[in-house]
Design a protein around this ligand. Structure first.
Ligand code: ZN
Length: 681
């Protein structure tokens, strides 16, 4: 499961972009170009140089394996995507006319969006892109550029006209393949989704096919259907598996070759066994082997370097079964992981000193040691748009019996934070210099710490009273649970214990998080809500609940105010210590609600404080945000790894550079990592 917003105050995500100028800190260029609704960023692979040659070599081979799967995702996202990508790239590189013309400029933007989304549908909303260039322009290019003579034959068409007849409606007709993933109730979700996971099969046929496979009362079910396309062939519904000798074999075979090269440089025997099982799975497609692989992977926690490579998340399938291909190679950030280990080691102290009723506390509490990692490469469904936290594997029974790995990707969070500097976002919404200085000095650190407290201690603290059903809060359960973890973090951020543990530099630091949390919960998170809508997402509800509850309940003491200046609303915190007291009170109440399974209490808290939006304030925030002209979506350009070899071909050094441009990178990937045929059946 990916967490994109789960663990991070969204200020940096909302702000991350540089208008005009590019954010540069510590001599590193964190932002790159912007187009459509997208801002490209770069991440720094801090600590790579300090790794051993063995580890660098391991990473080098793994990142090759990560890039080799790129075509798989393009094909999974839509059956015409590889042909469209190649066509657009050919026009982009071979075009003879005026490159400043409106049609060419629009084609360039469209191609950049196709690269970003690995297909012709938006990566987030999944709606089909509307091209800004004319169909006539597109047709002329295909008919006149010499390269297309051979290409249309490679695509499998007898001539350019036959190709255009099939491809033009896919690109230009808004009624053809309008959504990649259609979740609208009432429709046949399979037939109306443009993703390439099913062919000629209805939703009912797909559901019946898998229902017949599932065994009743199987305590350890495999992830049915995750590694295949479901097709109707010879009148029969059947799976075509993605294996080295099956569909996508042209990509999976070289991936396996690189995994095997990497294997010799793995950090321990267990990690070699992980690779062996993954290779076996790619070769056989056997789902029991997949489970065995994920168990070995989840339990292999000693190595510094780790990776995900494979069919992983199922957000692209309207039925939630078929898994898109993705990869990330990473290594542990030892310095940042020390932070989470310090917190986990002191978990009992935090439990004992929390402001909740003694009846609701755990006698013995174990911190979860989530690790902080540094991403070295992003591939497939994690590139260029990515998650900042990952929790895998996804199989319920594997998680239950063997645990899971929960990671925060530190250098991506850091890049978002650095890129947010100088965008004018904080200057627009923060009250004044005092608040800006506070956030400038401490917000990056306290944001990370708040996340750590939330993940490592917050969720694991407290207990239910005997006999209370863990599902008793029903639809309000996840908001209450997130509020509990957030409040635990907020309360302890201001505790002298954190200074004693060496986690914060002084007694002021927490104020940065308090200010940005209240500003976000009372105002700025509303930029993600459409006018007239309620707050629905659990994390957003929890932030509104906490901020508004503290605001309302601190009114008598004037703890937090909303003040107006030049017609704009700002948050003013008059008493930070009293605000901490309010967070403590609410934590005690939220824990009581959870421990007692008090459904009515949960509903009241959430409905009174977490759902409704003040329409006047909302419109004001939307207008102010619009003026900043920030791109709502971000993605990352990868660094480039280069291996130095001796005469025998052994790697003797690996260097990395950050200068490759976005289009340059995409064109290189399309040249060097184009593994699949244009048509995959
Ligand atoms: Zn959480």
């Amino acid at each position: 499961m990916k967490s994109i917003l789960k663990t991070m105050t969204i200020t940096a995500l909302l702000a991350a972009q540089a208008a005009g100028a590019s954010a540069q800190a510590d001599g590193f260029q964190y932002t790159d170009e912007r187009f459509a609704d997208l801002q490209m960023l770069r991440y720094k692979v801090e600590g790579f140089d300090a790794l051993s040659l063995r580890q660098k070599t391991f990473i080098y081979y793994l990142q090759e394996a990560a890039l080799l799967g790129r075509d798989i995702l393009f094909d999974q996202n839509g059956k015409y995507n590889l042909r469209i990508r190649k066509t657009l790239e050919t026009i982009y590189t071979d075009f003879q006319g005026d490159r400043r013309s409106a049609d060419f400029a629009a084609l360039e933007v469209y191609l950049k969006r196709v690269w970003f989304s690995s297909g012709i549908h938006h990566h987030y909303g999944s709606e089909k892109f509307v091209p800004g260039f004319s169909e006539a322009f597109f047709r002329t290019q295909v008919k006149t550029l010499p390269a297309f003579k051979q290409l249309v034959a490679d695509f499998g068409y007898r001539n350019a006209d036959a190709f255009l007849e099939e491809i033009c409606p896919v690109i230009f007709n808004p009624e053809v393949m309008p959504k990649r993933v259609n979740l609208a109730a009432g429709a046949d979700l399979v037939l109306t989704s443009a993703g390439n996971y099913y062919d000629g099969v209805t939703q009912a046929e797909a559901e019946a096919f898998y229902k017949a496979q599932k065994k009743a009362d199987d305590p350890r079910p495999v992830m049915y259907g995750m590694n295949s396309r479901l097709v109707k062939k010879d009148g029969r519904v059947q799976e075509v598996k993605w294996t080295t000798s099956g569909l996508y074999g042209e990509a999976l075979a070289p991936i396996v070759a690189y995994l095997n090269r990497a294997r010799q440089f793995a950090e321990d025997k267990d990690q070699q066994a992980v690779i062996d099982r993954l290779v076996e799975f790619y070769q056989t497609g056997d789902l029991h082997t997949f489970d065995a692989y994920t168990i070995l992977w989840a339990e292999n926690t000693a190595p510094l370097v780790d990776f995900v490579n494979g069919f992983t998340e199922s957000y692209g399938d309207p039925l939630g079964m078929k898994a898109s291909w993705e990869s990330i190679v990473n290594f542990k950030d030892l310095e940042a992981t020390k932070r989470t280990e310090t917190l986990s080691a002191n978990a009992q102290w935090f439990e004992d000193h929390s402001p909740v009723d003694a009846r609701f506390k755990k006698d013995e509490v174990k911190g979860i040691s989530a690790k902080v990692i540094t991403a070295a490469i992003l591939g497939g469904d994690l590139y260029p748009s990515t998650a900042i936290g990952i929790n895998l594997p996804n199989s319920d029974w594997v998680r239950r019996e063997h645990g899971s790995k929960s990671v925060t990707i530190g250098n991506l969070t850091d890049a978002y934070n650095k890129a947010a500097k100088g965008t004018g976002f904080s200057a627009e919404f923060a009250l004044g210099k005092e608040e800006l200085d506070l956030m400038e000095a401490y917000a990056d650190l306290t944001d990370d710490l708040h996340t750590d407290l939330h993940e490592c201690l917050g969720h694991g603290s407290g207990r239910l009273l005997p006999g209370v059903d863990s599902d008793s809060l029903k639809a309000y359960g996840s908001t209450i649970e997130e509020a509990r973890a957030d409040l635990f973090g907020l309360y302890y951020l201001a505790d002298p214990k954190l200074q004693e543990l060496g986690l914060v530099p002084d007694a002021q630091a927490y104020k940065a998080q308090y200010y940005s949390y209240m500003m976000n919960g009372l105002m700025t998170q509303l930029v993600r809500i459409q006018p007239g809508n309620d707050i629905e997402e659990a994390h957003m509800r929890n932030r509104a609940l906490i901020a508004r509850w503290a605001f309302e309940n601190g009114k008598a003491d004037n703890v937090v105010e909303l003040v107006k200046r030049d017609g704009k609303t700002y948050v003013r915190i008059n008493d930070y210590e009293k605000l901490r007291g309010l967070f403590g009170r609410l934590l005690a109440e939220v824990q009581r609600v959870k421990s007692e399974g008090d459904y009515a209490g949960a509903r009241k808290l959430v409905e009174d404080y977490g759902v409704k939006v003040d329409p006047v304030l909302h419109q004001e925030i939307l207008d102010r945000y619009a003026h900043l002209n920030l791109a709502p979506y971000k993605g990352f350009i990868n660094p480039v790894y280069t291996a130095e070899r001796d005469r025998e071909g052994n790697i003797v050094g690996v260097t990395l550079s950050y200068t490759e441009g976005y289009a340059e990178q995409m064109l290189r990937y399309s040249r060097d990592y184009a593994t699949l045929p244009y048509v995959n059946r």
